[in-house]
Every structure is written in structure tokens, then in C-alpha cells.
Design a protein around this ligand. Sequence first.
Ligand code: 9D3
Length: 250
Amino acid sequence: MDIDILTLFPQMFQGPFSTGIFERAIDHGLVSINLHNIRDYTYDKHHTADDYAYGGGAGMILKPEPIFEALESIEMDVKLEAGDMPIILLTPQGRLFSQPIAYELSKYSRLILICGHYEGVDGRVAEHLVTDEISIGDYVLSGGELAAMVVVDAVVRLLPGVLGSEASLQDDSHVAGLLEYPQYTRPAVYREWSVPEVLLSGNHAQVSKWRREQAIQRTLERRPELLDKASLSLEERRLVERLLTSPLDK
Ligand code: 9D3
């Protein structure tokens, strides 16, 4: 997958993209990430990338020209490829990013991400260039860069060969819709706190049952809205009912 990122702060990406799964995926040629500095496409003496908002208001707005120019420099005929290549603006006004969107984006061979900064981006970018607008959540960031990294991370780990074992991905989908059960590793007793006994029993059926129950219980306590969409067996639905009438104290 080829990922082009347009940003005023390409340096921000250096740490994350040279570490861990990114580093490995890039080294193995599974993904190629190309950073483009929007300021390189400004042609006035002061390399002006932003300006005041028409109609007034505090804060600066990213100008349209450098963004259009940057995009045209990396993709000569954007319109030709349009349907086949998402051009994504990271913006607080975008659709809320989620695992299904990460999965959807992982199917493309090329993505273009545009990071806004300041108080926003000239509206013509969203209206005439961008094919998709994404937000990563209802909190205020200082720009689209960290959001782009979140999106790229979630997408890249889905690409074939990127994760060490495909088993981890299997697991993602297996428990999809529920929060994960708690996990433990050695030592079996730490500061007098023991790992749940069932996990040491070697009884795989019991372990599976316990984990599933833990996942359901946690989801009910922390993210009850997820249970509406989760696919639970009849017996598991009964467990939910039981927990609702007599919650286990914690
Ligand atoms: C005065 C209004 N501004 C502050 C509430 C609007 C505003 C403009 C630009 C708020 C944040 C930003 C910068 N954020 C992003 O570019 C951004 C973002 C975010 O802030 N939260 C979640 N997802 C994203 S994706 C891009």
C-alpha cells in the first residue's frame, strides 16, 4: 500500500513511522509512506500556508492553493483515479473513525491523507478535492497529524504480512463487538495477588468459558451499548440478564 500524507509538520511522523510494526512493514516493502510538506507548495516570499477567515473569527485557515498544488504534484490526474483512491481529510467534522472504516481503507492500494492545522482548512478542499472526511473522536487536537497516525496505524496492521502472526487478527474479529477479557502472565502470584485459578487449570473449555464471561461482564459494565450489536448465544444473553438483575460487586 502506498500512503501519501500532506502536512505542515512532516517531522511529527518521524518517531512513530520509524518504530515497531511500521518500521518492519516499511522495511519489508509492504507499505510505503510518503510525507509531503504543504509549505513546499507555497510560492510567495514568506511561504504563507494560512490566512485569516473570510467573515472574521479568531484563528487562521489553511489556504487552498498549496494543498491542491501538493496533491497535483504527487498525482498528475487525480480525477482519473478518484473512485479508486480515497483522498482523506482529517477533520473534527469527519465521520467517526472505527474498525470497519480501517478495514474498508485497508482494501485500497493507495491512500492520500491531508492533515489540517490551525483552525481549519479552506472549504474548497473538502468540496472539490477530498473524497472522505474522518475524525478520530470527540476531543480537540491541535491538528490532523496525530489523527492521521492513528488511521495509518489501524490500517497498516490489517495489511497481509504486517503482523507477525495472522492469529492476532483472527482474535480481533473473534471477539469483535465485546471488550477483551483480562489477561495475565507469570508470575502466578505477585505481591500476594494470584492469577485467576481457572487459567492455571489447563482445562481449555473452562478457560474459554471464563474468558467469554469476563468479556461479557466487562462490556456490560463499561460499554453496555456494545452489547446491542454483539452476537451472543441464548445462554450468553441469559448471563447478561442475570448480571443485570444481580450485578457482581467489584
Ligand atoms: C474554534 C473551533 N476549533 C476548536 C474547537 C475547531 C478546531 C479546528 C481544528 C478544532 C480542532 C482542530 C484541529 N483538529 C483536527 O484537525 C482533527 C481532529 C480533532 O481535533 N479531533 C478528532 N479528530 C480529528 S481529525 C483532525
